[in-house]
Design a protein around this ligand. Structure first.
Ligand SMILES: NC(=O)c1ccc[n+]([C@@H]2O[C@H](COP(=O)([O-])OP(=O)(O)OC[C@H]3O[C@@H](n4cnc5c(N)ncnc54)[C@H](O)[C@@H]3O)[C@@H](O)[C@H]2O)c1
Length: 416
């Protein structure tokens, strides 16, 4: 069959898929071309703890073209695309330590393998590299690091506040060109994609509960609404709850939503959001997925205690039968469903996220001597440059302020 690519090698499949992603990453491609000439990371050792996807491969090739020596491990045991890992090793000679479905012990062993290079820059998604490096003295300390996600930034800021952070880190997540697009449109689309790939369920007409109406939650809610679900939002922040209501969603406590929900998605970055009392209130057949960073948002250990039987019923779908014979389905072990059952964010949004990563690594190399052991934002001019490049790559032109407008907007005298 023409489209049957089962017979090509894993690495070859990965290489083709990396090429496909790179076709959709124009901003990163521009940066890579400049890096090839200028070599801003020449001989710099960089360890990346990121989801090993086609887009991450595009970032790795960008760092390599800048002259960096990279090693890679996964930032989640289920998020590795094995064909990409194979291609990174075989085609590009980049040491990559990750296997989809690795257990926790192997996951941490792989983090240690990535750290064997004694990196000068760490690139994290969830702050696992940083936290491993802070648990023991490995005889080296990086000059700086970057952090990709909300949960990692929260962990790092807590470390900085406690005065224990030992090197500066740039919060890539907080760049506007990152979270406004990656967290919202990326998580929105890929979370729905993961749920559909795992379950093949019709979304239309379902009561679709989203816990957390932050950047990710907004994206998931928006896309579920677009597929004609009845979307219900659960929040703890009053402002976000008002926003959800005025965006046209039903807003209620999770104890109420638990009784009527068909599909539940957590996107809070919080712990034990869906727990015992909610499992007990749920309908038979409720489907639960998480798209927040760690697998702690759904209290699966508690669900196990309530269950008399569990079985895997489809790839990434585990059925829990309670004493009452009610069945609850957990998708992808409660880990990031968009990466466990789908392919993570599309390349078009990772283009901006990873442009921030690449430029932040260059910034650290140049400016680490001026930085304290704190969490820093991505410099505003880098964020703006990425926005302009992305816009240009999308073929969109926008208006420019006239001199008269600039003067008007910066003066307090001219009101009428
Ligand atoms: N799936 C992915 O690929 C992906 C991508 C980006 C970020 N993330 C992760 O998703 C999570 C959310 O990120 P974000 O950028 O949307 O954060 P955010 O801070 O913008 O939003 C989190 C929201 O959850 C709410 N919340 C907290 N505890 C809650 C609870 N118990 N019940 C209901 N709501 C609660 C908060 O009030 C907030 O509005 C983080 O863990 C982040 O790392 C995942």
């Amino acid at each position: 069959m023409k489209y049957d690519i089962k017979n090509i090698s894993l690495a070859k499949k990965g290489k083709l898929r990396i090429e496909w992603a790179m076709n959709n990453m124009p901003v990163l491609n521009l940066i890579r071309k400049r890096f090839e000439k200028e070599k801003p990371l020449k001989n710099t050792r960089v360890a990346c703890c990121l989801h090993v996807t086609t887009e991450t491969a595009a970032l790795a090739l960008t760092l390599k073209s800048a002259g960096a020596n990279i090693s890679i491990c996964a930032s989640n045991p289920l998020s590795t695309q094995d064909d990409v890992a194979a291609s990174l090793v075989k085609d590009y000679g980049i040491p990559t330590f990750s296997i989809k479905g690795e257990d926790n012990k192997t996951y941490y062993k792989h983090i240690l393998s990535a750290l064997e290079s004694k990196p000068e820059i760490t690139m994290d998604d969830g702050a696992d590299l940083v936290s491993v490096l802070h648990k023991k003295d490995y005889g080296f300390m990086p000059m700086g690091g970057t952090e990709e996600t909300t949960t990692g930034v929260i962990r790092l800021k807590a470390m900085a506040n406690d005065g224990v952070l030992k090197y500066p880190v740039i919060a890539v997540n907080d760049a506007l060109t990152k979270h406004m697009f990656d967290n919202r449109y990326g998580t929105g689309q890929s979370t729905i994609d993961g749920i559909i790939r795992a379950t093949n369920k019709l979304i239309a007409g379902t009561n679709f509960v989203v816990c957390g109406y932050g950047w990710c939650g907004r994206g998931v809610a928006m896309r579920a609404k677009g597929m004609s679900a009845n979307v219900i939002i659960c929040e703890v922040d009053p402002l976000r709850a008002i926003e959800a209501s005025m965006d046209g969603f039903m807003v209620m406590s999770l104890s109420k939503a638990a009784k009527i929900g068909d599909i539940f998605v957590t996107t809070t970055g919080d712990v034990s959001v869906i727990r015992r009392e909610h499992f007990l209130a749920m309908k038979d057949g409720a489907i639960l997925a998480n798209s927040g960073h760690f697998n702690v948002e759904i209290d699966i250990p508690e669900l196990k205690k309530l269950s008399v039987k569990t079985r895997i019923i489809r790839d990434f779908v585990e059925e829990f039968t309670l004493k009452s014979k009610k069945r609850i389905y957990i998708l992808g072990e409660g880990r990031l469903i968009n990466l466990a059952a789908a392919e993570g964010h599309p390349a078009q949004v990772m283009d901006m996220s990873f442009a921030n990563q690449a430029l932040s690594a260059e910034y650290i190399r140049r400016h680490h001597g001026e930085l304290d052991n704190q969490v820093y934002p991505v410099p505003k001019d880098l964020d703006e440059r990425i926005a302009f490049l992305k816009l240009r790559s999308m073929g969109i032109t926008i208006d420019k302020l006239t001199e008269r407008q600039k003067k008007y907007l910066s003066s307090w005298q001219e009101g009428t």
